[in-house]
Ligand binder design. Structure first.
Ligand code: FAD
Length: 504
């Protein structure tokens, strides 16, 4: 996902105040006392001064009223939360960074186990691996790794945390070069819902370990720490190539380029050291009408000269313009440049003072689309009701496709790309138009869709999520793990594994 989203928003992220404050189902007093006396972190209950701040997630669309929010600081804190969850039978979810696109780390009438403060980073003496408390966000993690030129593939937004990200796969600019984030995991520490702690790896409960690599969060236990392998000497050259899509000729050129890239530039060969995404945006200087562009933005693990040699055939395509290139630098600086230069993606106007609500639709594409088919999608993009709509293609291939199927439950790795459509609205009046646009996008892209959805971009209303994220065989496997480790569904949310058997 492209939104860098680390603007210093003038209005902080606080869950919207509702006309009538939501009153969640109260947690019985005995449990409140147990938590208040036993937690070394912070217990936040409805009515507490920090409640509105703590109940929010990154997308203001989700406005839940939890019965209790526990900011855990130790394993004992997590164990006590799980004890209360078990005994009270209140539905419970974990939260790390609060960036779930369907708001799944929030819950009304339930308990949130927030492990955001459990965020230690320990680099091994040999610099080959790092142990991360999964409440750590990518901004902090990169700040710890980059002084030593170390890298672990992460995503776009520095506020996203390892906890949710890794369990959904984890895509970013360097995923084609080194693999997805979950492909870097060596071992993981998880607290099961009975309160026991387990270290899992390919040698120690390989099935549970596999389930954590793409099986999504709040299913099998509370993830505490993950040891990841590290890439050494990791600096990347960067580039942006753009196609102006404001004219008929420009739209045709862009559609041909999209098809050419699919046919020539995706899966193998030298381009394996190149990670890139195709972004459809409206942008331009403030105060002037925005223009539609197709952007190809990426990173190369090598020199600028090698990168420009690789890109030469792309730059020969009709309409392609080199917007910029950068000499090798570390991931976080280049990631920020690619997503904010010359304009932020998407480009919100200065009068937007708090993060706008957002809806997202992910669709995995596995086949080559003809230029005429890309053109159909481009024409639809140009009908968006506002300039913030962003379409992006997270290109797979490279190291993503090199990992054996049975190592993880990320089943989309052999596809061409994930394509997502992001709509935003600034007022309730704008909302129906934005939603109508995403509905039209859903209908139009159906014919090109392979049936998969990237599980890190969940959509709240998706009833067929099990089929879309994993397919029947892997879902059965995951249901078996759920039955083994959380048979009473202490952790549960609308798209939980096996949840149909235990609704509510
Ligand atoms: C602005 C923005 C940019 C993004 N950019 C990218 C990107 O570039 N690439 C990409 O792949 N994805 C991206 N995402 C999606 C992101 O990877 C997922 O939303 C991810 O799940 C967020 O993890 P989190 O810990 O921050 O969120 P949370 O909302 O805290 O967690 C997400 C899910 O995991 C569960 N969970 C969290 N922590 C734990 C834990 N410790 N144990 C068990 N379950 C847990 C939660 O209950 C929830 O279901 C982006 C999202 C946003 C909002």
């Amino acid at each position: 996902m492209l939104w860098y989203d680390s603007r210093d928003w003038p209005v902080a992220r606080v869950a919207p105040k509702t006309a009538i404050p939501g009153v969640p189902k109260p947690l019985p007093a005995e449990y409140v006392t147990l938590l208040r006396n036993g937690i070394s972190g912070q217990v936040i209950m409805p009515g507490d001064p920090d409640y509105d701040q703590a109940r929010h997630v990154s997308n203001p669309l989700f406005n839940n009223f939890p019965s209790a929010i526990i900011m855990c600081e130790t394993n004992d804190d997590v164990a006590l939360c799980l004890q209360v969850a078990r005994d009270s039978k209140f539905p419970t979810v974990a939260r790390s960074g609060g960036h779930s696109t369907a708001g799944f780390s929030s819950i009304t009438d339930g308990i949130i186990i927030n492990i955001n403060r459990m965020n230690s980073v320990t680099i091994a003496d040999d610099r080959k691996s790092v142990l991360v408390g999964v409440g750590c966000n990518f901004g902090a993690l990169n700040a710890a790794l980059e002084p030593d030129n170390l890298h672990m593939p992460g995503g776009a937004c520095p506020d996203v945390c390892v906890g949710g990200y890794m369990q959904g796969g984890g895509y970013g600019f360097t995923a084609r070069i080194f693999g997805l984030n979950c492909d870097q995991a060596i071992e993981a520490e998880i607290m099961l819902t009975d309160g026991s702690v387990k270290w899992v790896s390919p040698d120690n409960d390989k099935d549970l370990f596999r389930a954590l690599l793409g099986g999504t969060g709040s299913n099998f236990g509370v993830l505490l720490q993950v040891r990841f392998k590290l890439q050494q000497s990791a600096v990347f050259a960067g580039f942006s190539i753009r196609w102006d899509m404001s004219t008929d000729d420009g739209q045709r050129d862009a559609s041909k380029a999209l098809n050419w890239l699919q046919c020539n530039f995706i899966k193998d060969g030298a381009a394996k050291k190149l990670g890139y995404q195709m972004i459809w945006v409206f942008e331009g200087p403030e105060g002037q009408p925005r223009k539609p562009y197709l952007l190809m933005r990426g990173m190369h693990h090598g020199t600028s000269v090698e990168m420009m040699d690789l890109l030469a055939p792309v730059l020969d395509l009709d309409g392609a313009q080199l917007e910029y290139m950068f000499a090798p630098m570390q991931y976080s600086g280049l990631n920020k440049i690619l997503l904010t230069t010359p304009f932020e993606v998407p480009q919100f106007p200065p009068n937007v003072t708090s993060p706008p609500p957002e809806n997202k639709l992910s669709r995995i594409i596995s086949r080559v689309l003809e230029p005429s088919e890309w053109l159909q999608l481009i024409h639809l993009f140009l009908q968006t009701p506002n300039d913030f709509t962003t379409i992006a293609m997270e290109i797979y291939g490279g190291a993503i496709g090199d990992v054996d199927f049975d190592k993880t439950v990320f089943v989309h790795r052999y596809a061409y790309c994930d394509t997502f459509c992001d709509v935003f609205w600034q007022s309730e009046e704008e909302r129906p138009k934005a939603e109508a646009f995403i509905a039209k996008w859903r209908e139009t892209i159906e014919q090109f869709w392979d049936g998969g959805v990237y599980q890190n971009y969940p959509e709240l209303g998706d009833k067929k999520y099990a089929e879309h994220y994993w397919g029947p065989e892997i879902y059965e496997f995951l249901c078996g793990i759920k039955e083994k480790y959380d048979p009473d569904h202490v952790l549960r949310f609308p798209q939980g594994v096996g949840i149909k058997k235990y609704p509510g």
